[in-house]
Design a protein around this ligand. Structure first.
Ligand SMILES: [Zn+2]
Ligand SMILES: [Zn+2]
Length: 173
């Protein structure tokens, strides 16, 4: 019994840690120096793929590397890789599938936590630009009312700035 508990624990911790890391990377890297790739995801999609998918490729490569390390160096890493894969499936289902309809059927959740995830990420896409966005997490999301208030505050901040000033606290680039 205890033999299975450790792998399950490692997988669960990895899934939670990956969501926290993904939210941070989304906010700081993708909406920062990595905007060149992520911008495609905030524009209307042309074709099946977008440049932003390169981020998923990086995570897939990281997962493969961890599978290799788990098989050859330290076996707990194998379960970390499993956790990354589990997170990848969750991310694909809620973000690519549920929110962006990148699968062959369309379902908009009407209630519950899935509805909250859906609305939160739609609010993220309410801003086309790099700055002023809300809701950077994909699975753990704050209440939608709080995100709406945050979005309004960001818009007020942008409106109050001079027309060509950069987002407060950011260098123009
Ligand atoms: Zn974004
Ligand atoms: Zn999105």
């Amino acid at each position: 019994m205890t033999a299975i508990l450790l792998p399950v624990f490692i997988v669960c911790v990895t899934v939670v840690a990956t969501e926290l890391a993904a939210a941070w990377i989304h906010r700081v890297v993708m909406h920062g120096p990595g905007w060149r790739w992520h911008k495609s995801h905030h524009e209307p999609r042309r074709g099946a793929l977008e440049r932003n998918d390169l981020y998923s490729l990086i995570f897939a490569g990281l997962s493969m590397g961890l599978f290799w390390a788990g098989a050859t160096v330290a076996s707990p890493l194998w379960w970390v890789a499993v956790g990354l894969c589990v997170y990848g499936v969750i991310y694909f289902c809620v973000h690519d599938g549920l929110v962006h309809h990148r699968w062959p059927f369309r379902h908009v959740p009407r209630r519950g936590y899935l509805r909250r995830i859906y609305q939160a990420h739609r609010l993220h896409h309410a801003v086309r630009d790099r700055d002023g966005c809300v809701a950077f997490g994909f699975v753990f999301v704050p209440p939608v009312a709080r995100l709406r208030a945050e979005l309004r505050a960001n818009q007020r901040l942008q409106d109050d700035g001079s027309s060509n000033a950069p987002w407060p606290g950011r260098d123009q680039s």
